[in-house]
Design a protein around this ligand. Structure first.
Ligand SMILES: Nc1ncnc2c1ncn2[C@@H]1O[C@H](COP(=O)(O)OP(=O)(O)OP(=O)(O)O)[C@@H](O)[C@H]1O
Length: 338
C-alpha cells in the first residue's frame, strides 16, 4: 500500500474520475500504453498507486517506432521500470520505420490490440490528456470536421481489432482516463515524483500541424483571448460528445426505419418519404450512414449533400457517379443505388 504522503491531488482526481465515469472496473486486466513521455509516465505511476484500491492486473506495452537513434534506449528504460514495478512488459519494434504520424498511429493501435488479444487484457489504457483533447478539437475544426470530429477523443470506445486477428469474440476497450488532466499537471507530477521522462522530439519532425497548434496557436489564444483556452475547448468537446452520441442513436433508429428490408434490395433502397419528415441534421447523418454501406471510400461532405438533395428532388432525379461508379436515383418514394 502507498503511504498517505504519496497520495497527491492528482491521485485523488484520477480516482474520482474512474469512479464517477466507471471507466475501468475493479479487478480487470489493463494493458497500459507507455511511450515514455510525461503523460503516459504519469498514467502508469498513478494507476500503479491506485492499484491496491481497484485490484487491477497491470501491464505495460511499448511500441518502438525506431524514429530516433535513442528509441531502443527509451524502450530499455521502460522495460527496467516495468521490472522494478514487477509488471509484465510487452515491447514491439517496427520492422519498417513508419513514414508519417498516421502510419505510426495505425501500427501502434494494431500492435496494442494484438498484445491485448493474445494476452487476454480487457482494456488498453492511454495517457491522452485534456490538452490533447483541446488540440485535437482545434486541429479538426481547421480541417472542416463536423461535430463528430469536434467531440475530439472519447473517454472510452471499443478498440478496432486488427483485420489479421481472427479471435474477435474478445471485446477490448480503449480507455483514456486522463482527459480531465492538463499537460501542465502531468509535467509537474513527473517532476514531483522524480519520474524520468523521454522527450518526444519526433513531434517536431512528423506532426507539424499538431505541434504548431500546441506550441503556437494555443499559447496565442491563451495570451490574447482566454487564459483557460484548453479548459474551454475540452469542455466543448465534452458537450459535443454527448450530443453526437444522442444524434447517432437517433440516426440509427431512423436509418433502420427508412432502409428497405425487401430481401432483393439488400439495403440498396432507402425511403425518402420517411426521411422527409426528419430535420436536416438527421437527414445528413442517415445519408452518410447509407453511403458508408455502399461506397468503397468514406463519404465526403459533397457526396452527402448530393444525396441529401434527392430527398426532396423531383422523381427520376439522380446524382453524378460516386467513387466506385455507383449513382443514386429517385424512384417515387425510394432512393435507389445503381
Ligand atoms: N510509442 C508508444 N508506445 C506505447 N504507447 C504509446 C506510444 N506513443 C503513444 N502512446 C500512447 O498514446 C498516448 C497518446 O500519445 P500521442 O499523443 O503521442 O499520440 P497521438 O498519435 O497524438 O494520439 P492518437 O493515437 O489518439 O492520435 C500516450 O499517452 C500513450 O499512452
Amino acid at each position: 500500500m502507498m503511504n498517505s504522503a504519496s497520495w497527491t491531488p492528482l491521485h485523488a482526481q484520477l480516482h474520482r474520475t474512474l469512479k464517477v465515469r466507471q471507466l475501468l472496473p475493479l479487478q480487470q486486466r489493463l494493458l497500459v500504453a507507455v511511450s515514455g513521455g510525461q503523460d503516459s509516465m504519469s498514467l502508469i505511476k498513478l494507476l500503479l498507486d491506485l492499484q491496491p484500491k481497484w485490484g487491477w492486473d497491470l501491464a505495460i506495452a511499448h511500441c518502438d517506432h525506431r524514429w530516433r537513434s535513442d528509441s531502443g534506449a527509451n524502450a530499455d528504460y521502460i522495460e527496467q521500470l516495468a521490472q522494478s514495478w514487477q509488471l509484465s512488459f510487452y515491447r514491439q519494434t517496427a520492422q519498417q520505420i513508419p513514414k508519417t504520424e498516421a502510419d505510426a498511429r495505425h501500427w501502434r493501435y494494431q500492435v496494442l490490440s494484438e498484445i491485448a488479444l493474445t494476452h487476454n487484457y480487457d482494456y488498453v489504457v492511454t495517457g491522452h490528456t485534456k490538452s490533447d483533447r483541446a488540440e485535437t478539437l482545434l486541429y479538426n475544426l481547421i480541417r472542416g470536421s463536423g461535430s463528430d470530429g469536434l467531440q475530439a477523443l472519447t473517454w472510452k470506445r471499443p478498440i478496432d481489432i486488427a483485420a489479421n486477428v481472427n479471435n474477435t469474440n474478445h471485446n477490448i476497450g480503449l480507455v483514456r482516463p486522463m482527459l480531465e488532466i492538463l499537460r501542465s499537471q502531468t509535467g509537474q507530477f513527473c517532476q514531483d515524483q522524480q519520474l524520468k521522462i523521454w522527450e518526444d522530439s519526433t513531434n517536431e519532425d512528423l506532426s507539424y500541424a499538431r505541434n504548431r497548434i500546441r506550441t503556437e496557436l494555443i499559447p496565442y489564444l491563451q495570451t490574447h483571448f482566454n487564459p483557460q483556452t484548453e479548459q474551454a475547448l475540452a469542455q466543448t468537446a465534452e458537450l459535443l460528445q454527448a450530443e453526437v452520441d444522442y444524434l447517432e442513436q437517433t440516426t440509427e433508429q431512423l436509418y433502420q426505419q427508412a432502409v428497405s428490408t425487401e430481401p432483393e434490395s439488400s439495403g440498396l433502397k432507402i425511403n425518402r418519404l420517411i426521411l422527409r419528415q426528419a430535420p436536416l441534421a438527421l437527414q445528413r447523418r442517415v445519408m452518410r450512414r447509407w453511403l458508408q454501406q455502399i461506397l468503397p471510400t468514406s463519404p465526403s461532405f459533397e457526396h452527402i449533400e448530393k444525396l441529401t438533395a434527392l430527398i426532396s428532388a423531383p422523381n427520376r432525379s439522380q446524382t453524378d457517379p460516386f467513387p466506385g461508379g455507383a449513382i443514386a436515383k429517385v424512384d417515387h418514394q425510394w432512393i435507389e443505388r445503381f
